[in-house]
Design a protein around this ligand. Structure first.
Ligand SMILES: [Zn+2]
Length: 334
C-alpha cells in the first residue's frame, strides 16, 4: 500500500514523505502507538516510497520495485516478527537472537538502488540477548539502510534501544475514519459502524474483528440479558454468571458491559453525543436514567472483575462473575 491509501496519520506521513524525497532519512525509527491503527502499514509504505524509482515521495504502485514490494520479495525489504522464516510462530511469541543475526547478514549486502528497510514488528518481543545484539546495528546501520521498530509497548523497549532511534508516536484513528472504513468495507449501517468505531478505541483491526467474529451481536445479547435481571432474580443472575464464565473473549464482553454503564452515565448526565452503543438507543431508553453513583460503582465493579480474572491474578472466573452480576443487578446478599 502507498501512503495515499492509508487512513489517518497525516502528520507522520508528511514527515516520512519529506525524508524520502530529500534523502535525509534517520537511520533508525521507533513507531509507537496502540495495536491495529496502521503503524506497520505506514512502515511498509515508507519502505516502498524509499525504493520506488518513479515517485520521489510515495510509491507509484506500478514499477518493478513496487510490484516486488507488493509480493514481499523485494531484496530491500527485510521483515522480522515473532514468526520464523518457515511461518512457524514462536511458541512464546518472542523474537530470537537468530532472527537478528539473519537481519545483520542481510544488511551486509550493498544495495544497488533505493534503501534497505528492516521492519521489526512487535519490537517489544525482542528477547534481551537479541535486543543487545541489535544495539550496534541500530546505532550505525550500514549505509543505505534504515531500521524501523514497530511496537504498541514502547515502554517495554530497553532505554538503550529507544535512545538510538527517532521516535514517532502514532495516535488512535478518529472515530469517523474507522466508521467510514466499516461502512465501506464491512457493509455496516452508519449507526452500527459508529458504535463499533467507539468501542474499538480507534483501531481498525480491532473494529474489523468485532464485526467478523460476531461480537457485535454477542454484545447486544449480553446487554439485553443483563438488563433483564432484577434485584430479586438471584437464580437468574447466578445462571448468567456461569454462562459468561464459559464465554470465549470474556475480556471483550466485560469491556462491552463497561461501555454500557459508561453510556448510561453520559446519557444521564445529558451528553448523548458521547454514547458509544448508539445502535442500541432503544435499550438505553428502556433502561431509563439511572442513579449516577450506582452506575459509576457498577462500571468500576466490572473493571475490577476484569482485572481480577486477567493475568497475573487469574481469579476464579465463575465466582468473580457471580459476585459481579449480583452486585450490578442490585441483589442484596451476604
Ligand atoms: Zn514504483
Amino acid at each position: 500500500m502507498s501512503f495515499g491509501g492509508i487512513l489517518g496519520h497525516a502528520r507522520e506521513i508528511e514527515i516520512l514523505k519529506g525524508a524520502a524525497s530529500s534523502g535525509h532519512v534517520a537511520h533508525a525509527f521507533v513507531f509507537a502507538g496502540p495495536d491495529g491503527i496502521g503503524k506497520k502499514l505506514v512502515a511498509t509504505a515508507f519502505a516502498r516510497a524509499l525504493n520506488c524509482r518513479v515517485s520521489p515521495d510515495d510509491s507509484c504502485g506500478a514499477c518493478a520495485d513496487c510490484s516486488m514490494m507488493d509480493s514481499s520479495v523485494h531484496p530491500n525489504l527485510i521483515e522480522v516478527c515473532p514468526v520464523d522464516k518457515d511461518g512457524e510462530k514462536d511458541p512464546e511469541g518472542l523474537i530470537r537472537i537468530s532472527q537478528i543475526r539473519e537481519v545483520q547478514n542481510a544488511l551486509r549486502f550493498r544495495v544497488d538502488s533505493g534503501m534497505k528497510v528492516v521492519i521489526v514488528d512487535g519490537a517489544d518481543r525482542l528477547v534481551p540477548q537479541a535486543a543487545n545484539a541489535f544495539l550496534k546495528t541500530l546505532e550505525e546501520p550500514p549505509p543505505g539502510s534504515v531500521i524501523i521498530l514497530v511496537t504498541s509497548k514502547a515502554s517495554e523497549l530497553l532505554a538503550t534501544i529507544l535512545s538510538r532511534c527517532q521516535r514517532m508516536n502514532f495516535r488512535p484513528l478518529p472515530d469517523e475514519a474507522v466508521k467510514g472504513f466499516l461502512v465501506e468495507n464491512k457493509g455496516l449501517s452508519p449507526n452500527e459502524a459508529g458504535a463499533v468505531a467507539r468501542l474499538s478505541g480507534g483501531s481498525i483491526s480491532r473494529a474489523a474483528l468485532f464485526v467478523d467474529d460476531g461480537s457485535l451481536q454477542k454484545r447486544k445479547e449480553v446487554i439485553e440479558r443483563l438488563s433483564s435481571i432484577g434485584p430479586s432474580d438471584t437464580a437468574e443472575a447466578l445462571k448468567f454468571a456461569e454462562e459468561l464464565s464459559k464465554t470465549d473473549g470474556l475480556d471483550d464482553v466485560l469491556e462491552f458491559i463497561k461501555s454500557w454503564y459508561r453510556d448510561r452515565i453520559v446519557a444521564s448526565e445529558g451528553a448523548p453525543y458521547l454514547i458509544a452503543n448508539n445502535d442500541m438507543e432503544r435499550h438505553l431508553k428502556d433502561a431509563g436514567v439511572g442513579e449516577f453513583n450506582r452506575l459509576c460503582s457498577s462500571f468500576w465493579a466490572v473493571e475490577e472483575a476484569r482485572k481480577a480474572i486477567a493475568p497475573p491474578r487469574y481469579a476464579n472466573k465463575q465466582l468473580t462473575l457471580e459476585v459481579l452480576i449480583l452486585k450490578v443487578s442490585g441483589a442484596h446478599f451476604m
